[in-house]
Write a protein that binds this ligand. Structure first.
Ligand SMILES: C[S@@+](CC[C@H](N)C(=O)[O-])C[C@H]1O[C@@H](n2cnc3c(N)ncnc32)[C@H](O)[C@@H]1O
Length: 305
């Protein structure tokens, strides 16, 4: 975690901020730092007994850190391809040209100032939004993906083992210097209990996250409170509900209304004006002969003044 991050943001205890409604600024104790990058140490909350470690340069600001399927090597290589295959004409052409408009459409969103990219995985949207924003902070639950996103930011390279079929595969090493930006950082955290006080962000992106959190309505409520007045809420949602992530009774899916309608009604009921509603296309590569085609809806909504 770069030291300048603590000068830019006043991190607060996620539990005191969102459960007790009393944002307590965290105190940082550094154990090892090289060239302004804090590699180990911990944050401590002055108001409760909680401590949040910095491990291998990753600040783990999640009150309940868990390993999920997104930490697994097979999903990590799938997302590295999905986020960065366009850097190699050879890789990008393999699926027959159905890569989709997901990343270009997100990159074109009119953000400015401080942006939070929640559930950023290996960081492509974080870097892309940094082209327009002042600073983008990626907050992600999977430690392995945060570690990888930080490596990409520091090295300007995306190197990994790409699965072809079964145990067969190849090593790829892509030049990402055209994509990587300085004005980003990545931390581990829970998008439903952010380590930041309300009202810090000019824009919040949650790309394909809503159907992966335990309580989607609670998440929407807290994400919207993280925004300043007139801030932008950017959601992409493929509505792929699974009980392993969200209990069925919390799915945004009703007999009378589909997820897109429920989202738009939520915006109206919570003082957000929808500015754009578009269907996107995204390809996720499992292996050389198995791609998934997703059709998430993108909703861009502005918080009232
Ligand atoms: C479907 S992936 C989408 C990744 C990326 N945003 C994209 O569009 O390619 C969902 C991501 O959200 C992360 N995630 C799930 N629950 C989370 C939570 N409560 N807080 C932060 N990240 C979370 C997962 O680890 C995973 O990286």
């Amino acid at each position: 975690m770069r030291r300048e991050l603590t000068e830019r943001f006043s991190f607060t205890c996620p539990v005191c901020t969102w459960e007790r409604g009393e944002p307590a600024p965290l105190e940082l104790l550094v154990e090892r730092e090289i060239d302004g990058d804090i590699l180990s140490g911990h944050f401590r909350c002055p108001a409760c007994p909680r401590r949040y470690p910095v491990i291998e340069g990753v600040a783990v600001l999640d009150p309940e850190p868990i390993r999920t399927s997104y930490d697994r090597p097979d999903l990590l290589q799938a997302y590295l391809w999905t986020h960065y295959a366009d850097l190699s004409p050879e890789l990008a052409g393999e699926e027959g040209g159905i890569r989709g408009n997901y990343f270009p459409e997100i990159a074109a969103q009119p953000v400015r100032g401080v942006v939070l990219d929640l559930g950023c995985n290996v960081g492509r949207t974080t870097f892309d939004l940094a082209g327009r924003a002042g600073f983008v902070l990626g907050i992600e639950r999977s430690f392995e993906t945060v570690k990888r996103a930080r490596e990409i930011a520091r090295s300007g390279r995306v190197a990994f083992h790409l699965k072809d079929e079964g145990d067969r595969g190849r090593y790829v090493d892509l030049d990402a210097t055209g994509v990587v930006r300085e004005n980003v950082e990545f931390v581990c955290g829970d998008a439903g209990a952010l380590p930041l006080p309300p009202g810090v962000a000019d824009a919040v992106l949650a790309a394909n996250l809503l159907d992966r959190v335990r309580d989607p309505r609670l998440f929407l409520d807290r994400a919207s409170r993280a925004l300043r007045a007139e801030g932008l809420l950017l959601l992409t949602v493929p509505f792929t509900w699974r009980e392993e992530f969200s209990p069925r009774e919390r799915w945004l899916c009703e007999a009378e209304r589909d997820g897109r309608r429920i989202l738009l009604d939520w915006c109206e009921d919570h003082g957000f004006a929808a500015e754009e509603v578009t269907d996107l296309t995204l390809t996720i590569r499992n292996h050389k002969r198995f791609y998934e085609l997703l059709r998430p809806v993108l909703v861009r909504a502005r918080k009232s003044a």
